[in-house]
Design a protein around this ligand. Sequence first.
Ligand code: ADE
Length: 246
Amino acid sequence: MRIDILCLFPETFASPLNQSIIKRAREQGLVNIAVHDVRDYTHDKHHTADDYPYGGGPGMVLKPEPVFEAVEAIKKQLGVSEVPVILLTPQGRLFSQSVAQELALHPHLMLICGHYEGLDERVCEHLATDQISIGDYVLSGGELAALVVVDAIARLIPGVLGSQDSASSDSHSNGLLEYPQYTRPQVYRGWSVPPVLLSGNHGEIAQWRRRQAILRTARRRPDLLEKGNICEEERKWMLENLLSPK
Ligand code: ADE
């Protein structure tokens, strides 16, 4: 998969894209990520990328020309025409695990990071094919949002995680939050690992995990439960246990 990121602050990406899972995925050639500076596509000697808003008001607006020209130049250089061009903006559709799964199916994506107080609307209307928000809050720019999107997508690319199982048991991948995990020591400061996890009984462990995932989701994110496909028996068990202490 290839991801081209267009932004005004390319240095933002250096460290996060060179750590851990993403670093390894890039080294293995599973994902090719290129970061482009929109200012490189300006033509004046000050590399002006923003200007005052028509109609007045506070703040500056990112100009359309360098953004259009950057997208067009990159597409031309790569010899591609149909690529999803995704704008990161608080006004976009809400990002989620299912949006990450949908985007991970594309062989190539272009991400545009908005900045300053705004972006010329013609970019939204005539260049972007999709607009994504990572949550109902406003960041200083789209760079951190793009990193969130790239990270969530990259770990879904086959081969990126050690075993595909780790992505499929992640929180949200089955509509539920993930079950609690434990490692050694068996007793830490008097707190013991639930005995079922030491039993070696895989059926019982799987049932315990499933039930814990349901209980945790019901307590913390009841809004997600409908997507969790829980059966009648599980629902009954959940209602019986919901009020008991954790
Ligand atoms: N840019 C600024 N805030 C954002 C958000 N919440 N999501 C995506 N891009 C953004």
